[in-house]
Design a protein around this ligand. Structure first.
Ligand code: FAD
Length: 284
């Protein structure tokens, strides 16, 4: 189908984009890679009066080193995240999760910030963003503010972004030397996650010193598996400790029921995939 008519603006700075968004009013929409928005427009499930295109704003692209953190511009494509040496070194969990997103075409157009702003509970970058304690930097008419990932995802496809705000960049605390793995379970290759687990672990000798685990599609928002993390820390990095900790993975989750899986099956998957994710992280 063909989308409903809309005005189109392609600013070249963040300030101009914020201004354009304010001028266009509440029925305007940001477009990034268009991989999630365009299908919605074509099916006329949304009919924004204006589209503000971020593709011509150079300052929104790329990854930079900022001391204790990496800063990822919201318009950095999945493809560029996958290949970035800073991300590979300091936030391997993000690269591993991005490897599982869709297919090469989608990864060349789709953006890191677009995925975060879209907030699909089955999206693969939300749980890693939560597990890594990232912060979202957003720009609006009153300037910039920073929202921790734990407060950013509010509900299905709903974030703390206000209608007049743009996600500018994501700050990722460095996790240098941490083991990482993203274990995704989907019905067919290149599909969204039925359930997935983002795990990253720091070891000290043979002991697990720190652990961060995030769950994809186990609630309307990404979930931090705190009970698993607590069960891992201070334990020897053995298959037995990992198996015991993974048993806690479904605690506090509230997954939806759909044609793919009911609650019990998703909770079973969370436990199994958590064990696999941590094992694979340690082996990597
Ligand atoms: C065939 C297919 C398979 C896919 N499979 C997967 C998968 O397996 N895993 C996965 O995680 N994703 C998957 N995706 C989604 C893909 O990752 C998209 O790239 C992503 O969801 C949206 O990114 P985008 O840059 O295309 O955003 P767009 O589609 O342009 O925008 C999405 C939404 O976010 C808003 N938005 C975008 N950027 C900003 C910003 N900077 N500030 C404020 N609001 C913003 C838009 O207004 C819109 O509401 C798939 C997509 C397709 C088409």
């Amino acid at each position: 189908m063909i989308p409903a008519p809309f005005d189109y603006v392609a600013p070249s700075t963040v300030d101009d984009a914020v201004r354009a968004l304010a001028e266009a009013g509440e029925d305007a929409k940001i477009i990034a890679g268009g991989q999630s928005l365009l299908p919605v427009l074509r099916m006329r499930l949304a009919a924004p009066t204006s589209l503000i295109d971020l593709n011509r704003i150079p300052e929104l692209r790329g990854v930079r080193d900022d001391g204790d953190a990496l800063v990822i511009g919201s318009m950095t494509t999945h493809y560029d995240v996958q290949r970035d040496p800073l991300i590979a070194e300091h936030a391997a969990l993000l690269a591993k999760a991005t490897d599982t997103v869709a297919d090469p075409q989608v990864r060349h157009r789709g953006t890191f910030g677009g995925s975060i702003a879209h907030a699909d509970p089955a999206g693969d970058l939300l749980a890693p963003a939560l597990a890594l304690d990232t912060e979202m930097v957003v720009a609006g008419p009153d300037g910039r503010r920073t929202v921790p990932a734990a407060d950013f995802f509010e509900d299905f496809f709903t974030t703390a972004l206000r209608p007049d705000e743009i996600l500018v960049e994501v700050r990722v605390p460095k996790h240098t030397g941490w083991h990482a793995h993203y274990e995704k379970f989907n019905r067919v290759a290149q599909a969204w996650s039925m359930v997935a687990v983002a795990a990253t672990v720091r070891t000290d000798g043979g002991t697990i010193a720190e652990a961060r685990v995030g769950l994809t599609n186990m609630s309307s928002v990404p979930v931090r598996a705190r009970a698993v993390e607590e069960a891992l820390v201070g334990r020897p990095a053995t298959a037995e400790s990992i198996r015991a900790a993974a048993e806690h993975a479904a605690e506090g989750t509230n997954p939806t029921v759909d044609g793919n899986a009911d609650v019990e099956y998703r909770q079973h998957l969370a436990r199994v995939l958590t064990g696999r994710a941590i094992q694979a992280a340690m082996a990597g």
